[in-house]
Ligand binder design. Structure first.
Ligand SMILES: *Cc1c(COP(=O)(O)O)cnc(C)c1O
Length: 418
């Protein structure tokens, strides 16, 4: 990055510091990952210079000889990998992808039904602070208070009561596998479209470690940068009959020119995600999450739903006498990075809730397996038991950095053993 160093030393140095941070810490924010150097190179490529409003073969500007080819490749790879009938790779990110789906099928004021945000849903599934809850009539379903699991009878009853145009499945903080067939039945019973937002678990689906929603949903949205390990972006997959509505909603409905550098990098990530090594990666993500879950459960931690079947854990810290925010800040100081998170039926405010959420997608990318998960669980336990102990935090942070140096993160290999 010699040019950057010369032209803008402030940004250059901040990037170098962030590289060190990502190299030396155990990154467990469930939505994050490490992309490969190949994905990074495509993201930073000269496709960032090109405008290409429209779709392959039907662009509004000239000079699309190569752009069309990268977009076609990205679409072809996504179709093959996920078995989708139609794919749009242009959404700038997961939130605009969902907005495009609403624009395609709804009028302002129409009803949508999604998982409540405090129960693990996403802002864009109808939260009152999001456009999805401001422009549409948003209803939500909750988890079962006893088990913390999805309660299909409750979802069915809610759907029958509010008759949504779109029923949304998918989540950001739920550690179980939804029953997509059951969601399909409910959608059919009330005449709703079924949208599955697989932003978090798309990589597990790609790698065969999670059931696919594609056969059941009318539309599937996903980010490309979470477990799928691609650049920051999104895709919408749908049945052929909805292809035109979706494409028109993305462009010109809510967006202008697609980010072609991102499209190139999505294509690269999809190629990587169709390999056997990615299958192993996806299986290891889940194995790591399960090992971390059982390690923490053995130490008296209360996991919402009692465990995990995917890449993430949601921990209710109430019985540990510490809030999510205090724990998250203490853990960050100790080199273990996660986020504080509401738990279902939380009695505390979202800005200082009762829980923390963590995920294993990023650490698995750097090669952590069961042994490192047990060690991480022991460190988490020690910090949560004594969150004010600065010496302990520094001591564990040093041990974390030593462990991390033995597992070079993708793209940051040059920083290992430093
Ligand atoms: C992360 C996420 C999104 C939004 O993605 P952004 O790229 O942050 O806009 C949408 N839906 C779900 C379920 C997510 O987890």
């Amino acid at each position: 990055m010699e040019n950057l160093q010369q032209n803008d030393v402030e940004i250059y140095e901040l990037i170098r510091l962030e590289e060190l941070r990502q190299a030396q810490k155990i990154r467990m924010i469930a939505s994050e990952n490490y992309v490969s150097s190949a994905v990074m190179e495509a993201t930073g490529s000269i496709f960032t210079n090109k405008y290409s409003e429209g779709y392959s073969g039907k662009r509004y500007y000239e000079g699309q000889q190569y752009v069309d080819q990268i977009e076609d490749l990205a679409i072809k790879r996504a179709k093959e990998l996920f078995g989708a009938e139609h794919v749009n790779v242009q959404p700038y990110s997961g939130s605009p992808a969902n907005l495009a789906v609403y624009l395609a099928f709804l009028k302002p004021g129409d009803t949508i039904l999604g998982m409540a945000l405090p129960h693990g849903g996403h802002l864009t599934h109808g939260s009152k602070v999001s456009i999805s809850g401001k422009y549409f009539h948003a209803e939500s379903y909750s988890l079962d208070q006893g088990t913390g699991n999805l309660d299909y009878e409750a979802i069915r009853n809610k759907a029958k009561a509010c008759m949504p145009k779109i029923l949304i499945a998918g989540h950001s903080a739920y550690s179980r596998i939804p029953d997509f067939q059951e969601f399909r039945k409910i959608a059919d019973e009330v005449g709703a479209l079924l949208l599955v937002d697989m932003a978090h678990f798309a990589g597990l689906v790609a790698g065969g470690a999670h059931p696919s929603p594609i056969p059941f949903a009318d539309v599937v949205t996903t980010t490309t940068h979470k477990s799928l390990r691609g650049p920051r972006g999104a895709m919408i997959m749908c049945k052929k009959e909805h292809a035109q509505a979706i494409d028109k909603a993305v462009f010109p409905g809510i967006q202008g020119g697609p980010h072609n550098n991102t499209t190139a990098a999505i294509a690269v990530a999809l190629k990587e995600a169709s390999t056997d090594s990615f299958k192993n990666y996806a299986a290891q993500i889940v194995a790591n999450a399960k090992t971390l879950a059982s390690t923490l459960i053995d130490k008296g931690f209360h996991l919402v739903t009692g465990g995990t079947e995917n890449h993430l854990l949601l921990i209710d810290l109430t019985n540990k006498g510490v809030t999510g925010k205090v724990a998250a800040k203490a853990l960050d100081a100790a080199g273990i990075v996660l986020n504080y998170n509401s738990v279902p039926f939380d009695t505390r405010k979202p800005f200082d809730p009762s829980g923390v959420r963590l995920g294993t997608s990023a650490v698995t990318s750097r090669g952590f397996s069961e042994k490192e998960m047990v060690q991480t669980g022991e460190w988490i336990n020690a910090i949560v038991a004594d969150p004010e102990n600065i010496n302990l935090q520094q001591d564990i942070a040093a041990q974390v950095a030593t462990l991390c140096s033995k597992f070079p993160a993708p793209g940051l290999e040059h920083l290992s053993n430093k």
